[in-house]
Design a protein around this ligand. Structure first.
Ligand code: SF4
Length: 240
């Protein structure tokens, strides 16, 4: 049922007037996000790290596997590949075709297998298996964009070089009204201006499960959402 607010305009009962929203309070918002997501599986790269796949090389490879691939596929495919090779020198001994067979359940497995193989060869040859925590180096690898470079550095090097913006971070922060960006790269730039650096890694960790289970693409669960007092609900048309 729709009802009139104090100004006489009509609002949806699950949608608060944007003018009455609280100012962004990041410590409190992140406290609420941590509580809201603690029972869900963490974002894939953080989950792999918890399982012991905690080298920069492994997380970079898993991030390449994850591109345009569901998390439910990324996790088993990454584990399957790492069961055969974890270090760059081990991965480089596999052929691109063998890597392709191991990761064939992810999207674009052919090009990804060639990318992973060439990165493994270069790291093994140039760095003796120890991939340095260097954003420019990671970005110099073919097939590695700012999202994977930032995410891999953030997860394994504790280095908040930049915010890793995936579809969930992009959608949720636009709905909050914190950014106004029609593509992830613009969202990354705006987030890095708005968000204190200490949240640059954690925002990806929290907003992936938050976006999958609470602030969902269709019918976000606004009526029970702990972020509702801060969220401007930009573009939200069908909240639950
Ligand atoms: S679920 Fe609704 S209130 Fe919560 S963050 Fe998403 S759009 Fe905002």
């Amino acid at each position: 049922m729709l009802r009139a607010n104090d100004h006489g305009s009509v609002t949806h009962p699950r949608r608060r007037d944007a003018t009455r929203k609280l100012p962004y309070d990041f410590p409190e918002m992140f406290r609420r996000l941590r509580r809201a997501t603690k029972s869900y599986t963490p974002a894939a790269m953080f989950q792999l790290k918890e399982e012991g796949y905690d080298s920069l090389f492994e997380i970079l490879v898993a991030c390449i596997i994850s591109i345009r691939t569901f998390e439910e596929v990324t996790l088993p495919v990454s584990r399957n590949l790492f069961a055969h090779a974890r270090k760059p020198s081990e991965m480089a001994k596999l052929s691109a075709h063998e890597i392709d067979e191991l990761i064939h359940k992810c999207t674009f497995h052919g090009p990804k297998s060639r990318t992973i193989h060439s990165i493994a060869q270069r790291v093994a040859n140039e760095f003796g298996d120890a991939l340095p925590c260097d954003f420019d180096l990671l970005k110099s690898f073919p097939g590695v964009g700012p999202k994977c470079a930032n995410l891999a550095l953030g997860v394994t090097c504790d280095e908040p070089h930049g915010v890793a913006v995936d579809i969930h971070v992009h959608r949720v922060t636009n709905r909050w009204g914190l950014v106004k960006a029609n593509d992830p790269e613009k969202a990354r730039v705006q987030l890095e201006e708005e968000l204190p650096k200490r949240y640059w890694i954690e925002i990806n960790k929290l907003l992936v499960p938050f976006g999958k289970f609470i602030c969902t693409a269709r019918k976000p669960k606004c009526s029970t959402c702990p972020l509702l007092p801060y969220c401007r609900q930009v573009g939200v048309k069908d909240p639950e």
